[in-house]
Design a binder for this molecule. Structure first.
Ligand code: AMP
Length: 114
């Protein structure tokens, strides 16, 4: 989508600190990090929200999650631990309308989240 910032990152129109990418997913550092490590993992294809997926999207959802797990390991977060977050809608705190998984690590997380 032309007006989607994450589509712009995925196709190279918008600069980002890319951590890794493959044919289905791309991972890049969050512009406003909420933890020492804060990386976003997105599907290359435009999906507005996790709520717009169904069982036919199992492949893309699995790919995004697998990339997040691999990036977490590559960032050395396996042992201390990390958090994966998907926000949906206004109450969920979603601000960008392109499905993304937040990978947060490098500090102890609190629960419940705010
Ligand atoms: P959410 O609130 O779950 O939709 O998360 C959107 C995230 O995208 C926020 O953490 C923003 O800081 C981040 N963000 C927005 N624009 C960019 C960008 N151009 N590059 C990297 N991260 C971004």
């Amino acid at each position: 989508m032309a007006d989607c910032v994450f589509c712009g990152i995925a196709d190279g129109r918008i600069p980002a600190k890319i951590v890794c990418e493959d044919e289905n997913t791309i991972a890049f550092r969050d512009l406003s990090p909420q933890a020492p490590t804060h990386i976003l993992v997105i599907p290359r294809c435009h999906i507005a929200s996790v709520a717009d997926t169904d069982r036919s999207d199992t492949g893309v959802l699995g790919a995004v999650l697998a990339t997040a797990v691999e990036v977490a390991a590559a960032e050395g977060l396996d042992q201390p631990g990390y958090r994966l977050v998907i926000n949906h809608g206004a109450d969920g705190g979603q601000s960008v309308g392109h499905l993304h998984v937040h990978l947060l690590g490098g500090r102890p997380m609190t629960w419940p989240p705010g």
